[in-house]
Structure formats: structure tokens, C-alpha cells
Design a protein around this ligand. Structure first.
Ligand code: NAD
Ligand code: UD1
Length: 335
């Protein structure tokens, strides 16, 4: 059985679907701080199976002990964490407490129960902003610009130290680039609370008419059209990457960072134009100033993932834009 922390969240829920479809038995722990119980119904609607679930905070030592005592857990996929960059600057203590302490409680419980296999949701944000592109796993890390980024960096370091101290541990550190898209059914996807910070959720809000226009943060970057370039990856491709990472974690030792990206960078205008084209919706926009802390471009060298996981992203930008909108169009109107 594989414990999935944060399994009702955006990436976790898609991964749980892929796991069930491929014969794995996920056990979810989530406290719904950023997800809803109905996600469990939707996973069941898609797969025909309801995953085992505990409503719990991963910082709750007693509850975590109970879960590990009641189930034969062989490995953990660790998604649970807070992830809003701007919010982490305003309430850093909450971020350090939730992300770092949550991980420490999880790792301590794993150690007590002799569970030594962990797949961790890391981020391209751990890379130093002054690296040249594409980013390989050997590119420099650190110099993070916000508390959220530091929590990812520190958790990676903690897992690396544990793997160094005991060679029977294995930690696969999955560095995600920019996940977008949704399950093709329109039953799972991402709809952040409040005003979205990230590009695709913002575009969807404007497409819905709930926000007036998109601000394009800068058109004077040294990129093909002057707008920021990122490596967008479909969330279902990302979920498949986790399935491959399960195989890797069981057959390996040590800490293994792996980029999960497509290797292709698209600009803000590429994403916006593709979204409008495939969905037939006009999304008004204005060119605004650069957003503080942003870099011109960020994209992966995904060759290690192909080598070690035998995994490559399959879905293109058109599908990402279609599926993102399909989820919103099917769900938002009633909420
Ligand atoms: P999400 O917020 O949708 O999912 C996280 C889940 O964890 C939520 O369901 C939330 O309720 C739960 N959670 C948070 N703190 C918890 C706690 N203390 N105890 C129990 N449950 C808790 O986010 P997501 O986009 O699915 O991201 C999953 C992971 O991937 C996060 O760790 C995030 O930092 C990382 N990541 C995400 C992105 C991205 O762009 N979405 C990029 C890189 C890395
Ligand atoms: C952001 C986070 C990063 C995190 C990543 C997760 C910041 C500074 N960085 O990065 O730490 O790992 O999300 O997916 O928040 N854009 C607009 N208008 C908008 C929103 C975004 O033009 O309203 C542009 C941005 O300038 C950028 C691109 O769209 O060029 C993508 O932005 P976003 O989705 O926020 O992702 P990142 O900047 O990669």
C-alpha cells in the first residue's frame, strides 16, 4: 500500500487516479486545507473505486502513528504542503510549520515503521535563478526568493541527509515545472480560491468573465516575443511520472532529483493565443510591468526522467489549454 499525503489536491488527485487505474492501492491523508471532500467522489466516478482516506493533518503525530500502525505502508508519495508563493511571503511561519514540520513528522513516522521509500513533490523553484537554460538536475540550487521556495529546498536537503545517513533509504525528488491542464473527464482540475496568481487559472477566470482582463507581466524579456517563457506540463503527464517514480523508488537507493517537464518553453502569449484558439473564447489582456521576482525563461532538460523513469511528457499545449478550460466550464458555474 502506498500512502499519498495531499492526495485530494490538484496533482495528488490525478496521481491517485493513475495509481488506481494501474493497480496500485493508494491510501490518502489530507486535511482539506486546499481541497474538497467531493474529490473523493470524483476519483470514484472516474475509476470505479473509492480510495482509502483519512482526514488528518500530517503534523498530527498520533494520527500519523495510527495510520502507519493500521496499514502495511511500503512507500509514501508526499504532496501535502502549502504552495502559494505570495502568501508564503506574508505568512512565512505557517509555511515553514506546515511544510517543514509536516515533513518531519511524516519522516519520523516512516522511520519508526521502517518505511524508507519516499517520492517528494519538489519544484523547479529550487533552482538558482541565475542558471542557464535548460535546467538539468546538476544546475545550481538555492538562492530561493520566497519562503515557499525555501521549504522545497530545505525538504530536499533533509531527505538527502537521511539518504546519506542510511543507504537503505530512497528519496525521489520530483522537480515539477509548470503543471496545468486537468483530467479529460472534467471531474478533476484546479480552481484556486481568491484571485489566482498563476497564469492558466487567471486566464480561465477571465474566460469565465469573473475577472476583466489578464495582465501580461512584461513584454520586454529576451524571449521570442518578449513575454516570459515557462515549461508547461499536463497534470496527467505529471501523474504518469509518479507511477514511474514508484518503480524507481523501489529499485533504488539514495536521493535522486528528477526534473518533470516537457523540455519545451512557451511564452505567455503562446499560452494565451493557444487557449483562445482551441476554446474559441476571447480573453482580453493588457501588457503590464514585469512581476517582481520573475525570470525571463525557465524550462527543463527532461533527459534524466527519460533515462531513469522511462517517462516522457506526451500532451501538447493545445490539450493542456483545452482540458484546463473543460474542467472550469463544467464546474464553476454551479459553485
Ligand atoms: P494542492 O494545494 O492542490 O494540493 C496539496 C494538498 O495537500 C491539498 O489537498 C491540501 O489540502 C493538502 N495539505 C496541505 N497541508 C496539509 C497538511 N498539513 N496535512 C494534510 N494535508 C495537507 O497543490 P498541488 O498543486 O496539487 O501541489 C502538490 C504538491 O506539489 C505541493 O507540495 C506543491 O508545493 C508541489 N508543487 C506544485 C506545483 C504547482 O504548480 N501546482 C509546482 C511545483 C511543486
Ligand atoms: C510561479 C512561482 C513559482 C512556482 C510556480 C508553480 C512566482 C514568482 N513563482 O512561477 O515559485 O514554482 O509558479 O507553478 O509566483 N503571468 C502573467 N500574468 C499573470 C500570471 C502570470 O503574465 O496574471 C506570467 C508570468 O510572468 C510568467 C508566466 O506567466 O512569465 C507563468 O507564471 P506562473 O503561472 O505564475 O508561474 P511561474 O512564474 O513559473
Amino acid at each position: 500500500m502506498i500512502l499519498v499525503t495531499g492526495g485530494t489536491g490538484y496533482i495528488g488527485s490525478h496521481t491517485v487516479v493513475s495509481m488506481i487505474e494501474q493497480g496500485y492501492e493508494p491510501l490518502i491523508v489530507d486535511n482539506f486545507v486546499n481541497s474538497k471532500p467531493e474529490v473523493l467522489d470524483r476519483i470514484e466516478m472516474i475509476t470505479g473505486k473509492r480510495p482509502l482516506f483519512y482526514e488528518a493533518d500530517i503534523r498530527d503525530e498520533e494520527k500519523m502513528e495510527q495510520i502507519f500502525t493500521e496499514h502495511e505502508i511500503e512507500a509514501v508519495i508526499h504532496f501535502a504542503g502549502l504552495k502559494a508563493v505570495g502568501e508564503s511571503v506574508s505568512i512565512p511561519l505557517e509555511y515553514y510549520d506546515n511544510n517543514i514540520n509536516g515533513t518531519l513528522v511524516l519522516l519520523e513516522t516512516m522511520k519508526r515503521h521502517n518505511v524508507k521509500k519516499i517520492i517528494f513533490s519538489s519544484s523547479a523553484t529550487v533552482y538558482d535563478r541565475f542558471n542557464t537554460m535548460p535546467l538539468t538536475e546538476e544546475s545550481k540550487t538555492g538562492n530561493c526568493t520566497n519562503p515557499y521556495g525555501w521549504t522545497k529546498f530545505m525538504i530536499e536537503e533533509i531527505i538527502m541527509d537521511i539518504c546519506n545517513a542510511d543507504s537503505s533509504w530512497c528519496g525521489v525528488l520530483l522537480r515539477y515545472f509548470n503543471p496545468i491542464g486537468a483530467h479529460e473527464s472534467g471531474l478533476l482540475g484546479e480552481d484556486p480560491q481568491g484571485i489566482p496568481n498563476n497564469l492558466m487559472p487567471y486566464i480561465c477566470r477571465v474566460a469565465e468573465g469573473r475577472l476583466e482582463k489578464l495582465s501580461v507581466y512584461g513584454d520586454d524579456y529576451p524571449t521570442h516575443d518578449g513575454t516570459g517563457v515557462r515549461d508547461y506540463i499536463h497534470v496527467v503527464d505529471l501523474a504518469e511520472g509518479h507511477i514511474k517514480a514508484i518503480d524507481l523508488v523501489f529499485r533504488s537507493n539514495g536521493a535522486i532529483p528528477v526534473n518533470l517537464g516537457t523540455g519545451t518553453g512557451y511564452s505567455v502569449m503562446d499560452v494565451l493565443n493557444t487557449f483562445m484558439e482551441v476554446n474559441g473564447i476571447d480573453v482580453p489582456y493588457v501588457i503590464a510591468g514585469r512581476r517582481a521576482g520573475d525570470i525571463a525563461e525557465c524550462y527543463a532538460d527532461p533527459s534524466r526522467a527519460e533515462e531513469l523513469l522511462g517517462w516522457k511528457a506526451e500532451f501538447d499545449l493545445k490539450k493542456m489549454c483545452r482540458d484546463s478550460w473543460n474542467f472550469i466550464a463544467k464546474n464553476i458555474k454551479q459553485s
